[in-house]
Ligand binder design. Structure first.
Ligand code: UD1
Length: 416
């Protein structure tokens, strides 16, 4: 297993270009299954989760070819409707193929994603609402087995604005004979991106960016070329890394409005941040503690909570961070404490007494965003911090060492 050695503390400078969003491309890749026409996707990030999704598509019969920064998908001849356990167990987002397979083939067999390091993460909202659309679903030997003769458009209301359920239900409804409404839909920018992609192929999705999304069925799709939005969580990570190390950097290739809440929180802490539509400039700032609750978009993203805690360890004063989305998302905390951070956990609340100097120690990545937090802390820590199990980072951060090295960090990968 690879390790990262980060020699700190360091100051970052220069520009970093953000990759296209993993969480936008995962549902878009699943949506490839809907079309019998070629789909050309630009700048798909080279990440483990993306490779897993592409492998899943290939297993279902999708032909994939790469030419420079364009990857072409041809799902004309699907030869399977089954997403097997060996792939699904490595990535919960595999559940995204359920809606498209039902819409295209009328049947799907998808392994249950099972538990996950950051909580139980059920899929009840996906399944109960697919049933309302007329799908018959059974759970059998660890698999969701579903079929539908004809999707029945109806009005759906989500009990919680689940990102994945909203995306699955949009995809399931694109060929239904009539209009499906999803109320209390999630508002995350990646959902708008999926809807824009589907509309570019000829779908009729309206209410994009609102909590009431309407999908009017169409008969077929067209060939399309599309590029997903920039990754707002990757951008948030670089933003917080810069602030934690007292650095001036410019972040490019992401729509700053997608990080508005994060930027507002950081500015309230004293961060000097300037933005244009697609660029964020952050400057060395004198920060104070914060009180932040994670919430569905447009609130503070749970995917940036770990990174914020790492930043708070570097800020004088007390910070109080409440995790409201996932029940077990503080696995970075014991690792940060190993570096000398003063953090107390009380249920879903983390209290951080910041400003204590951190000292290098071997630490372990436990999930994707927890690992990002450890990188931020290690950049601010004196000495050589050894990060183990970096395969978690490879799931979601493209060219991480290259990007941080270009900004001036001393970071190297050791293969074992
Ligand atoms: C997506 C993101 C993930 C992010 C999360 C919340 C992708 C690939 N992943 O995950 O990075 O952390 O949104 O912003 O886009 N829930 C249920 N029943 C369901 C579905 C969800 O109870 O059927 C609960 C979950 O357990 C969790 C909460 O709803 O507590 C949010 O989950 P959801 O919005 O569905 O997240 P994901 O789509 O899994």
């Amino acid at each position: 297993m690879d390790k990262l050695i980060i020699s700190g503390p360091c100051t970052l400078s220069g520009n970093v270009r953000i990759s296209r969003a993993k969480n936008a491309y995962l549902p878009i890749l699943a949506a490839v299954l809907l079309s019998d026409k070629p789909i050309h996707l630009k700048n798909i990030p080279e990440l483990q989760d993306i490779k897993t999704m592409i492998k899943l598509l290939s297993n279902l019969g999708v032909k994939v070819t790469k030419n420079g920064d364009i990857t072409t998908f041809d799902a004309k001849d699907l030869n399977s409707h089954e997403a097997t356990y060996d792939l699904v167990k490595t990535m919960r987002a595999s559940i995204f193929v359920l809606g498209p397979l039902l819409a295209r083939l009328g049947k799907a067999k998808v392994s249950l994603p099972g538990g996950c390091a950051i909580g139980t993460r059920p899929i009840d909202l996906h399944l109960t609402n697919l049933e309302k659309l007329g799908c018959e679903i059974t759970l059998n030997a660890g698999y969701v087995e579903a079929h539908v003769a004809k999707m029945q458009p109806t009005s759906l209301r989500l009990d919680f604005p689940s990102v994945g359920a909203t995306e699955n239900l949009i995809m399931a409804s694109v060929f239904a004979d009539g209009t499906t409404t999803i109320e209390n839909a999630a508002l995350e920018p990646e959902i708008d991106d999926l809807a824009n992609f589907l509309n570019a192929m000829g779908a009729k999705v309206t209410g994009i960016g609102t909590q009431k999304i309407q999908i009017t069925g169409v008969k077929s799709f067209n060939e399309v070329t599309y590029e997903a939005i920039g990754d707002r969580i990757e951008a948030s990570t670089y933003l917080m890394a810069a602030l934690a190390t007292g650095s001036d950097i410019t972040i490019e290739g992401v729509q700053s409005k997608h990080l508005q809440f994060v930027i507002d929180v950081l500015r309230k802490m004293g961060a000097k941040i300037e933005t244009t539509d697609d660029r964020i400039m952050v400057f060395k700032s004198d920060l104070k503690g914060c009180q932040v609750d994670t919430a569905p978009f447009p609130g503070f993203p749970t995917d940036a909570q770990a990174q914020l805690i790492a930043l708070c360890t570097q800020v004088k004063g007390i910070s109080v961070i409440t995790e409201n989305i996932f029940e077990n998302r503080f696995m970075h905390v014991p690792e940060l404490i190993r570096l000398g951070a003063d953090i107390t956990l009380k249920g879903k609340i983390a209290v951080i007494e910041g400003g204590m100097p951190l000292t290098a120690a071997p630490i372990m990545c436990t999930d994707l965003r927890a690992s990002a937090a450890l990188i931020i802390a290690a950049l601010a820590t004196k000495g050589d911090t050894e990060l183990q199990r970096v395969y978690h980072l490879d799931r979601g951060y493209e060219k991480l060492e290259e990007k941080f090295s270009k900004l001036g960090a001393k970071i190297k990968r050791v293969k074992e």
